[in-house]
Each structure stands twice: as C-alpha cells, then as structure tokens.
Design a binder for this molecule. Sequence first.
Ligand code: C5P
Length: 220
Amino acid sequence: MHAVGIVAAAGSGLRLGADRPKALVPLGGRALVCWAVDTLVDGGVRDVVVAVPAAEHAAFATVLPMDVRLVAGGATRTASVRAALAAVGRRADAVLVHDAARPLTPPDLVTRVLDALAAGARAVVPVLSVVDTTVVVDDDGVVADTVDRAVLRRVQTPQGFAREALVDAYAWLPPDAELTDDAAVVRAAGIPVATVAGDERAAKVTVPHDLALAELQVVR
Ligand code: C5P
C-alpha cells in the first residue's frame, strides 16, 4: 500500500498565545510540525505534504526536510486539508491526515491506522474513551442532561482513508463547509468510519498548559 501523509499545519495558534504559527512553536527544541512529520514517516508513511500558512512558506521550508512538500493552507482546517489533498498524486492508495498540533503521537498509532486500511477499511480514526461524566447544558449553563459516556469516544489523528474515498468526499463537500476533522467529511458523504485504539500521547497542543505537559514528556 502506498500511503501519503497530510499534515495540517496552517493554523495560527491564537489560543497558544505564541509569537509565531503554532506548528513552528518549539517542543524540546524542534518545531511541532517536525515532530508530526517524523511520526508519520516512522510509522510507515512514505510521502508527506504539509499545509502551511501562505505567508510562512519559507519559515517552514527551513525547518522541514527537503523531500516534504509544502502547500498553502486555507482559512479553515477543512480548506487546508482540501489544498493538501489536491497535491496528493493518483498513485497513492491511502491518505493519512494528521494535525501538526499532535507532536508526540507514537508511530505505532500510525501503524494501527495503516493496518486497518490494509485490512479493508475505507476510513479509520483513532479513538479514546471518555472518562469524565459528560453533560449537556442549556443556554444558561444549567445541566440539561447527562450523556451515557460508555458510547462516547474522543477522536484523534492521524485519520486514515482510502484516497479515492477522501477525494470523492471532499469533492462532494460545499466549498465553504467547515468540519472539525476529515472523518466527518467522509461520514457526511455516507462512508462508514472504523475505529482503532488511540493513545493519550497523541493529545492535541491547544493552550499553554498542553505545551508545558508535552515538554515534560520529551526525553532530551
Ligand atoms: O486549531 P486546531 O488546533 O484545532 O487545529 C488543528 C490542526 O489544524 C492544527 O495542526 C492546525 O495547524 C491545523 N489548521 C490548518 N489550517 C487552518 C486551521 C488549522 O491546517 N486554517
């Protein structure tokens, strides 16, 4: 199977409060995007396309290996992945879409996703159970209902797809649609999404506390 990786790295990282795009923020002395690309490669992905902020192409080219292709991302994550997908050649059977914001994702999670695709899944996401009591609140913030957490899952990346399924789903999606992940795009197109075990180390860096926790996990 020829798998191509897409890394969504075109976010601004406003919630992190950094002085640069989030994907260029250092963790253990290396930009988050470098960690994310390494995870894909170490897990068995041959080619990687990274969606970067249009104005930051040079800065990303400086930190990433020469054979990693860069494309200009869009205003939303959905637009960024759409742009990167256009750069994936037809020879690829599978596409794995990963967030630059999940730098410490272990490569064996990538391998699990690839294995599920090789076994016939057209779409697969890594998931974790929900351990907190989870509720629905009304407009005033008052608890309206408690959700059965046993059926809930937290969804991570990389998410894996048969290339044609992902391309078709994005072609079907309205140009200005904004969904929070790619599994939602293929589900909206009617494709079933399988799951594999996720990993707490694949946590997303969103706020400064997440980065501080990630720093503690990096072995120097
Ligand atoms: O903002 P959030 O952390 O949810 O973004 C998830 C991933 O999507 C990040 O790696 C971010 O760089 C990427 N992204 C993107 N293009 C955007 C917004 C976010 O590639 N316009």
